[in-house]
Design a protein around this ligand. Structure first.
Ligand code: GDP
Length: 205
């Protein structure tokens, strides 16, 4: 997929105020500092569409970006960052869960995972939550340039094992990315293109 236009539309903390247009929507979420802003900028070919965070945890809103005038990329707040007060954390968790449970246009979530780390409890909890509410999702491993190819494979195998131990039957669809080296851009955008094609063909929204 070629990105022709990528424009910021609206930020808010209420799912009821998200855009009403019936366009397919893809949400990006992960722990603070996982590389979400960098990935969004890399995918959309923008230097600064999503703000690369100086202080992790500060972008605590649902951010809608319209891509090519036919789908929404949604940048959600990073979770699990210690500097966010307990109260703020509870608030964004509520609106994040509201978003996932109520947003009808949402067709797929991309859960970002730092490829270097072993499976983190909070990510597994979030993935299990998506399973429970039956939201389709893919895993996007980030920062793959930071370790060797062999280690990438090894860490993905370990992640698969962690998911199977959490009662998943198979490894979900996943992408290996590096925003620094622009790795994984085409496969991820082609995946979105394919899902969009199916939706528009079947008039699903
Ligand atoms: P966010 O908090 O999830 O939005 O993460 P950012 O995009 O702000 O990235 C957090 C830090 O990781 C920054 O210092 C980025 O430069 C760095 N980073 C993000 N993606 C990559 C990547 O693919 N490779 C490398 N080497 N560093 C990255």
């Amino acid at each position: 997929m070629k990105i022709n236009t990528a424009e910021f539309v609206i930020s808010n903390s209420e799912v009821s105020k998200c855009p009403k247009e019936p366009l397919p929507e893809y949400a990006f979420i992960g722990r603070s500092n996982v590389g979400k802003s960098s990935l969004i900028n890399m995918l959309t070919n923008h230097k600064n569409l999503a703000k690369t965070s100086g202080r992790p945890g500060k972008t605590q809103l649902i951010n809608h970006f319209k891509i090519n005038n036919n789908w929404f990329l949604v940048d959600l707040p990073g979770y699990g960052y210690a500097r966010v007060s307990k109260k703020a954390k509870e608030t964004f968790q509520q609106f994040i869960t509201d978003y996932f449970e109520k947003r009808e246009q949402l067709v797929c979530a991309f859960v970002l995972i730092d490829i270097r780390l072993e499976a983190q409890k909070i990510d597994l909890e979030f993935i299990n939550y998506l399973g429970e509410i039956e939201v389709p999702f893919c895993i996007v491993f980030t920062k793959s340039d930071k370790i060797s190819k062999g280690k990438v494979e090894q860490n993905i195998a370990a992640y698969r094992k962690a998911l199977l131990a959490n009662n998943w039957e198979e490894m979900p669809q996943h992408f290996i990315t590096s925003s620094l080296d622009v790795v994984g851009r085409e496969p991820l955008l082609d995946f979105i293109d394919g899902v969009n094609d199916g939706i528009f063909k079947n008039n699903d929204l």
